[in-house]
Design a protein around this ligand. Structure first.
Ligand SMILES: Cc1cc2nc3c(=O)[nH]c(=O)nc-3n(C[C@H](O)[C@H](O)[C@H](O)COP(=O)(O)O)c2cc1C
Length: 177
């Protein structure tokens, strides 16, 4: 299983990034390849100007298109997903997520915008052809405290929530048969 994660926070050492890292680690046994794409590291001008042909943008778009599973991680900004994530999703061709399994992951300051995944992110994933969208995992900042070395570290309960979200994917895998 080829697994690609999109890290949609503009912040270094981000909370949603640590959630993405955790999800990757829970999928290690199923993966034939795993890659995280930090969207903040893509060239900003190429993203803003929709330069599909920039080598780094092309490489990231290809990685998503070649994935079986796409993990989409974002902070909640102004009651929606990040603008950085949107600049990248806008560059994907129509139907780029068709046939793929997608796991939405988000972190927010509080639970106030828990539903942002459902009303903001999922319609975009759906417009990109995603039909197999796993239960999303939303964590508040309090659930992802600072860590002296790792930046942030998700509370242990989040591993369980991610495992639950991934259960159907794991059950479908030939490895678990
Ligand atoms: C510009 C900005 C807007 C934000 N808007 C919201 C919001 O509307 N709702 C919310 O719950 N948290 C909001 N937050 C808090 C972040 O979502 C939260 O701290 C998140 O965990 C940051 O994730 P990151 O470390 O991956 O960037 C906002 C933070 C910033 C910097």
């Amino acid at each position: 299983m080829n697994i690609v994660g999109l890290q949609g926070s503009p912040s270094l050492g981000s909370r949603s990034g640590s959630l993405l890292h955790l999800a990757h680690s829970r999928l290690r046994d199923l993966a034939t390849s795993q890659r995280s794409i930090s969207l903040r590291d893509l060239p900003a001008e190429a993203l803003m100007h929709a330069q599909f042909d920039h080598p780094l943008i092309r490489d990231a778009l290809r990685a998503v298109q070649g994935a079986d599973v796409v993990l989409v991680a974002t902070p909640i900004y102004k009651a929606a997903y990040s603008g950085l994530l949107k600049t990248f999703l806008d560059l994907l061709p129509p139907d780029a997520l068709r046939g793929k399994t997608v796991l939405p992951l988000a972190t927010g300051g509080s639970i106030a915008h828990l539903l942002a995944i459902d009303y903001a992110l999922k319609p975009v994933l759906s417009a990109l052809g995603a039909r197999d969208i796993l239960d999303s995992v939303y964590a508040t900042d309090a659930q992802i405290p600072k860590h002296p070395k790792l930046g942030h570290e998700p509370a242990s309960e989040l591993a369980e929530r991610i495992d639950n979200a991934l259960r159907t994917l794991v059950d479908r895998s030939p490895i678990s048969a």
